[in-house]
Write a protein that binds this ligand. Structure first.
Ligand code: 5FX
Length: 532
């Protein structure tokens, strides 16, 4: 008998990744595909379509479906032994929504192994383009929800966050009005995460309570849909949402489609899928107070586990913790993450990371007092829906440009000053930082994080903590099923690899950043006022 495996899949903004671990948490297989490069027929840029209004952002739902067969097919070609997989779980970009057409449950149930998922599900969606987390087009719906529920703090106290444009409830409210027929013809709404579970079980899978917290629809304390929010959002919505399930729940067995087509064992279980940030929290095993994570991907996020939710109406989110049924996580999200760093790299360093790093090395920490704000996309934190750039000299005077090397340092320093400011505002205080995501491989960026926060920064051997976390959660959920009770996640993590010290703080530089932080906060207020 070959040893068991646990498979995690991360359906993110730009890619679909698979990570398989054995029962001792060793990574035995990894593979990823890139939506833009590997599925060019969907004509996306970095996995998405931007609307002409500059605010609407969607992805074709069928792209995600086609990606699943493509990845599983490549895994088969690479000799991955599907028959050893005891359980699968998934991670999905948070907040994105999928609209299953009336009758789609029958299509899912009857999936035939000889045909592709794409051809069989081509007519399964009532709305072809899924709104995703990058969308900022629902300010009117957010305002309406806050008015109906008694203001931003009331919405935050109930759901964990004030109304945010990208949160799924507000997206659904817009769809219900602008695509009325499609909405009425919808039998079930999935998140990207629960959608991944549907593709494996061939049935509608429940939304887990960690990702469900990113919808402005769930009561953050009882972890059930909040009727007042659901009713305020769209007519008939309660019937389209299904159940909220614990993140470690077994949501069904693998569908015969995957048994026949890829060689999965028919006894393989599917564990509830969750959001990419919750899965990263699981992949990093965050639990100690003062241990925080910074994820540097398409979005940048800073998050930490916490025991008592203190939702803020001004910034950040409280989600349910995916590995501790009684716990919570706090998170601050930025839309101007990797793509904005890449944009500055392209403009100031001829598109070369080597030149980018050389610029970081040749400029003084603190950038001689220069501070910059860069919004290639409308920003979430702080909420500024117009794109643009603002630069200030050491005397807080606005300037039009910085020398190229200073521009590079300014984009990096600004991002982490902002994380320290806004994370701190919602109680994310670092004693130690775990960095993850693609850009966590960049030492110059990690050094800025260590210096801004004044603490050590660690990285894992692999930067894909979301798909790894999904694989860990598959093992966790499977153990809970096997033992018929909740098993602590810490027990699962006993054999997890330790982190590597990647950057230690330079305390002199930290002092420089302490005084810059006050200026940064004041300048941000100015930038926000000017952008209105
Ligand atoms: C979190 O709230 C976000 O909106 C993003 O980090 C997405 O999850 C990225 F996929």
């Amino acid at each position: 008998m070959s040893s068991p495996l646990f498979l995690g899949l991360d359906s993110s903004t730009q890619s679909l990744k698979a990570t398989a671990v054995d029962a001792e948490l060793n990574v035995v297989f990894e593979l990823a595909l890139n939506f833009e490069k590997d599925l060019p027929q969907f004509n996306t840029t970095a996995g998405v379509h931007h609307g002409e209004d500059g605010l609407t952002v969607t992805s074709p739902t069928l792209l995600w479906v086609a990606a699943m067969d493509l990845l599983l097919g490549r895994m088969k070609e690479a000799g991955f032994e599907f028959g050893r997989v005891k359980a699968i779980s998934g991670s999905g970009q948070q907040h994105g929504s999928v609209y299953w057409k009336k009758g789609a449950s029958g299509i899912l149930r009857n999936l035939a192994p000889a045909e592709s998922l794409e051809s069989q599900l081509a007519d399964a969606f009532a709305i072809a383009d899924s709104p995703i987390w990058m969308d900022s087009s629902t300010s009117a719906q957010c305002k309406a929800l806050e008015e109906k529920l008694g203001g931003p703090q009331a919405v935050a106290d109930l759901t964990g966050s004030r109304a945010y444009e990208r949160f799924t409830g507000n997206q659904i409210a817009k769809v219900a009005v602008e695509k009325k027929e499609g909405y009425e013809n919808t039998e079930r709404i999935s998140l990207v995460s629960s959608f991944v579970a549907c593709l494996f079980t061939g049935a509608y899978a429940g939304i887990d309570y960690s990702d469900g917290a990113g919808m402005n629809l769930m009561d953050i304390r009882s972890k059930t849909w909040a009727p007042v929010a659901v009713e305020a959002t769209a007519p008939g919505l309660a019937d389209k949402l299904g159940e909220v399930v614990p993140s470690h729940a077994d949501v069904g067995g693998i569908h015969n489609y995957h048994v026949e087509r890829y060689g999965f064992d028919p006894s393989c279980r599917v564990i509830a899928c969750s959001g990419d940030n919750p899965c990263s929290l699981a992949g990093l095993g965050l639990r100690r107070a003062g241990e925080i994570a910074i994820s540097l991907g398409t979005s940048d996020t800073v998050f930490a586990a916490l025991s008592e939710p203190k939702p803020s109406a001004s910034e950040g989110h409280i989600f349910a913790n995916p590995i501790d049924p009684d716990g919570y996580m706090a998170l601050v999200c930025y839309k101007n993450g990797s793509m904005t760093r890449e944009d500055i790299r392209n403009r100031a360093a001829d598109g070369s990371w080597e030149k980018f790093d050389a610029a970081m090395a040749s400029t003084p920490k603190g950038n001689e007092g220069r501070i910059g704000f860069y919004r290639k996309e409308p920003e979430i934190t702080p909420p500024i829906l117009s794109t643009g750039e603002n630069r200030f000299d050491a005397h807080d005077a606005a300037v039009d440009s910085f020398p190229p090397e200073a521009e590079i340092r300014a984009v990096v320093e600004g991002q982490f000053l902002s994380m320290r400011l806004h994370g701190g505002n919602i109680g994310i205080e670092a004693q130690q930082i775990l960095a993850t995501g693609g850009a966590s491989a960049n030492k110059a960026i990690l050094q800025v994080i260590a210096d801004v926060f004044g603490v050590e920064v660690y990285t894992a051997a692999r930067p894909n903590s979301a798909s790894l976390g999904a694989a860990y959660r598959a093992l966790h959920g499977w153990r809970c099923v096997d033992e018929g009770k909740f098993v602590s996640f810490a027990e699962i993590m006993e054999s997890a690899p330790s982190f590597i010290l990647a950057a230690s703080p330079d305390m002199e530089a930290h002092e420089v950043y302490n005084s810059m932080l006050k200026r940064y906060a004041a300048l941000e207020v100015k930038v926000m006022a000017a952008a209105k």
